[in-house]
Design a protein around this ligand. Structure first.
Ligand code: FES
Length: 144
């Protein structure tokens, strides 16, 4: 099942918060699923503003990670979830849903992961708040 959300028409919940500099920042979360809809052995794919996102539930915690395998673009949400690692169904590449990294090669490029909040049974994500950053190796032919 895939859910489609278009943020132009969705009623996003706006929450005021302080950023790391103590400045008021607006975080916009959009409701994407109910907690009980997210399986525990794989992901639930939703599409928010044209971006495929895999939702993963480990106990009562939910993680949101872009739903495209960097190898060949297969939807990771269709893979097998073991603890906090999803393995791509196509060729088996593993990714930690908490960080977006291959758990064996944390010096690579992470898959974008996003902020999640749960209010009762309602799961909301904020695409404007990534919880990881692209990390590039220093040195090398294209490094700084
Ligand atoms: S498409 Fe995911 S491992 Fe090949």
């Amino acid at each position: 099942m895939v859910r489609l959300f278009d943020l132009r028409h969705a009623a996003a919940l706006t929450i005021s918060a302080l950023d790391e500099h103590g400045v008021n920042a607006a975080l916009s979360f959009v409701s994407v699923a109910r907690l009980e809809e997210i399986p525990t052995d794989r992901g639930l794919r939703v599409v928010v503003d044209g971006i495929g996102i895999g939702l993963y539930r480990v106990d009562e915690t939910v993680y949101a990670m872009e739903d495209a395998c960097p190898h060949a673009g297969y939807p990771l949400s269709e893979g097998e979830l073991d603890g906090c690692v999803i393995s791509c169904r196509a060729h088996g590449w593993p990714f930690d849903i908490r960080t977006g990294f291959d758990p064996e090669h944390a010096d690579g490029f992470p898959i974008p992961c996003f902020a999640v909040e749960i209010d009762g049974n309602e799961v909301r994500i904020d695409l404007a708040t990534r919880i990881n950053e692209p990390r590039r190796r220093s040195g090398g032919p294209n490094g700084p």
